[in-house]
Design a protein around this ligand. Structure first.
Ligand code: FAD
Ligand code: SF4
Length: 470
């Protein structure tokens, strides 16, 4: 690849510049600024092209990373974007929100003392730049068939499935109950990680490619699942997971205690002037405690800071090494003024005489033996209880699957956690026990990642194409 294979010694890893602290603590705009073309060329040139690209294997969509880094280094942005789209339906989104430190960049050979190649930032640059230059996916050679597939859910899994279908001549019709596409990318992830204009542009591009969107359409309410099943050649389910996990805390429903996702959606709606069922909650001038340690908790603490909360703490029951969220986002939250309180397990919400939240009762924990997933489980230390003062508490304990009744009635098989059973290894990838019904994303995996939802959506499209013999 590079003339000088030891380029990585002279050229250090650099991340894109971040906005100033003063901007970041008030503005709901992406904190990373674009890299310059020269920076991208230099950073891409750090790739060793090591012959056994662990980065590619660790990336859930198996992007051709070394190849598009080479193209970026040579200034061939359009070619790089073409190649990036061969494996990924939303590279500009993944470049922004993937936890690269746990995926591609975590597997980069240069991690051994030199700093991984900035793969995510370059993926974002390539795609943004190609769009800016007017590049659009070219489907002129696609031979259109008469086949039509209903995709339920316009989140990353549904969009990825639709993308692969339309590129193979099958018309996807995507249904979503919300007024915009994106699922949690739009109604969940805050704009300081992913600006909403990124998805509006994608909607335009997908529409021009021939994907039909039926938004503001709640399947099971506005249109019956049965009618979709009989009208279309196959159905792809990508409904996500939306039932919040409860902590079993005393006074969990007291005024001043908020569920994470409605809080985040209410804030986004307020910024965008959109209407959904979630009202806007302002935590201005409040002492806020966020409970949880995943990506959702990080989004809540950083939203609270921007809303003007007086003090924001994140209380998590394990230690920092066992946090599930992206390291990058923990660092960003710290820089913005969030206080992290590790090894504190919440026991209950404290309320004042008016019934209003005034604190969180917690107990200190020690890390015990690793569980089945290798994460060490927290053990409460007797007698270590204390109350953290708070006048607002946000609960971010994660989500569990919420399969709708029509799905259950249809006889689609679920596992004991309520996840739809569908496998990449089936004869037709991601097919459920009902032959015309395929499924993917969070509703199969449980709450996971954008890129794993994309990977499953794309696999499901391959399964559907095989099933339809296209
Ligand atoms: P979703 O994105 O949930 O999309 C499902 C769609 O189905 C929704 O649009 C919903 O409206 C629609 N739907 C549901 N039921 C119906 C119905 N009956 N009729 C019509 N439409 C319906 N992952 C990362 O990789 N990086 C991050 O930084 C990150 N941050 C996150 C922050 C938050 C706050 C949350 C909650 C999650 C985050 N995740 C992150 C996880 C990631 O967003 C999800 O794993 C991913 O969006 C799952 O994609 P999906 O397509 O399966 O489901
Ligand atoms: Fe890395 Fe995610 Fe891009 Fe794959 S999709 S290369 S994991 S940023």
């Amino acid at each position: 690849m590079a003339q000088n294979v030891y380029q990585f010694i002279d050229v250090k890893r650099i991340d894109p510049p971040k906005r100033s602290h003063s901007e970041r603590t008030i503005e709901f705009v992406e904190i990373y600024q674009p890299m310059t073309h020269t920076q991208v060329e230099g950073q891409a040139d750090r790739c060793l092209d090591c012959g056994n690209p662990y980065c590619e294997w660790k990336c859930p969509v198996h992007n051709y990373i070394p190849q598009w880094l080479k193209l970026a280094n040579e200034g061939k942005i359009i070619e790089a974007a073409e190649l990036a789209h061969k494996t990924n339906s939303l590279p500009e989104v993944c470049g922004r929100v993937c936890p690269q430190d746990r995926l591609c960049e975590g597997a980069c050979t240069l991690n051994e003392g030199f700093g991984a190649v900035t793969i995510g930032s370059i993926e974002k640059y390539i795609t943004d730049k190609a769009f800016e230059m007017g590049w659009r996916p070219d489907l002129s050679a696609v031979v259109k068939t008469e086949r039509r597939v209903a995709v339920i859910g316009a989140g990353p899994a549904g969009l990825a499935c639709a993308d692969v279908l339309v590129r193979n001549g099958v018309t996807p019709v995507v249904f979503d109950r919300y007024p915009e596409i994106g699922g949690l990318l739009t109604f969940g992830i805050p704009p300081f990680k992913l600006e909403k204009s990124v998805l509006s542009l994608r909607r335009e591009i997908f529409t021009d490619m021939g994907i039909e969107f039926r938004l503001n359409t709640n399947v099971g309410v506005d249109v019956s699942f049965d009618s979709l099943l009989s009208e279309y050649d196959a159905v792809f389910l990508a409904l996500g997971t939306y039932t919040p996990m409860k902590g079993g805390l005393t006074n969990e429903d007291a005024p001043g205690v908020y569920e994470a996702l409605p809080f985040l959606i209410g804030n986004i709606n307020n910024l965008m002037g959109w209407q959904t069922e979630h009202p806007y909650v302002s935590l201005k001038d409040k002492t806020v405690v966020v409970l949880g340690g995943g990506d959702t908790a990080m989004d809540c603490v950083r939203t609270s800071i921007r809303q003007g909360a007086t003090k924001v703490s994140c209380a998590y029951r394990r230690d920092e090494a066992n946090m599930p969220g992206s390291r990058k986002e923990v660092q960003n939250a710290r820089e913005e003024g969030v206080e992290f309180l590790f090894n504190l397990q919440p026991l209950g919400i404290e309320v004042n005489s008016a019934g209003q939240v005034c604190g969180v009762k917690v107990v200190t924990t020690e890390m015990g033996a690793p569980d089945a997933k290798g994460r060490r489980s927290p053990q409460p230390v007797p007698g270590s209880e204390q109350v953290l003062p708070a006048d607002a508490v946000v609960i971010a304990f994660g989500f569990q699957p919420s399969p709708p009744q029509w799905l259950v009635d249809m006889g689609v098989e679920l596992d004991n956690k309520g996840r739809v059973i569908a496998s990449e290894k089936s004869t037709f990838a991601m097919q459920t026990n009902e032959h015309k019904i395929f499924a993917g994303g969070d509703m199969v995996l449980g709450s996971d990642l954008v890129v794993t939802a994309i990977a499953q959506g794309r696999k499901a499209a391959e399964g559907i194409l095989d099933y339809l013999e296209v």
